[in-house]
Design a protein around this ligand. Structure first.
Ligand SMILES: [Zn+2]
Length: 224
């Protein structure tokens, strides 16, 4: 896609990280493998908004207000309200990318009644159709109401099932990055500062990426 001079110009997007719940305090070892059992860490729940070229794309939809109330979710502000703070109406958002179908990322589906949903086919089929997903630990991290809402979209033009890496809009591409779930997807976005990649739960803390690159990069010369 030409940056300029061509007939189609790729928009340069802005990316907003929007906190909607937390802090949640847990042992460091829960987010950084077997490390610092005696220390704690605070984490928050986020969604993201991407804006540019006259378009808004929301990445993940948080949890629905009723679920948050039932669980007494700490520091909860409806994703609808956090989007409104930057002038976005959830009710009219046209594009919603789900990185994966854990409750804290896909539970707020009902807040986006107009959006086309983009999710990996393998992720969708696991949570909707695989009986294993109905058992713990999977059941514990999913929202059956939101999953039923998602299942109801099967076959409709509001659901786009994706196989692997794919452009969603010019300058916005989803990347298959499984591990945390069967088919978590990250989102690569062209911005004025270069390519931004929203990695969702590929790692819970940035330190994981630093450790990984130190330990496994070709320059490190060692593995393990
Ligand atoms: Zn997750």
């Amino acid at each position: 896609m030409p940056k300029s001079g061509g007939t189609v110009k790729t928009p340069e997007y802005k990316v907003f990280a929007l906190k909607y719940a937390g802090p949640f305090t847990s042992p460091v070892a829960k987010v950084l493998l077997d490390t610092d059992w005696d220390k704690t860490i605070d984490r928050y729940y986020y969604i993201w908004a991407i804006q540019g070229g006259g378009t808004t794309v929301v990445v993940d939809c948080g949890v629905r207000p009723v679920w948050a109330a039932q669980k007494n979710l700490k520091g909860y502000v409806s994703p609808e309200a956090v989007l409104a703070r930057i002038g976005i109406s959830a009710a009219t958002v046209e594009h919603l990318i789900l990185t994966h179908i854990h409750q804290d990322h896909a539970g707020g589906l009902e807040l986006f009644p107009k959006a086309t949903i983009y999710v990996q086919r393998r992720e969708f089929e696991f949570w909707i159709a695989d009986p294993i997903a109905k058992r713990n630990p999977f059941a514990k991290v999913s929202d059956p109401v939101a999953i039923a809402q998602l299942e109801n979209l099967r076959g409709s033009d509001r659901l786009t099932l994706i196989d692997g890496d794919q452009q969603v809009l010019p300058g916005i591409e989803v990347l298959l990055t499984p591990g945390h779930t069967p088919a978590l997807q990250s989102v690569a976005v062209q911005t004025a500062k270069g390519l931004a990649i929203l990695t969702s739960d590929c790692a819970h803390v940035h330190r994981s990426f630093e450790i990984d690159s130190q330990r496994y990069s070709p320059a490190a010369g060692t593995r393990g």
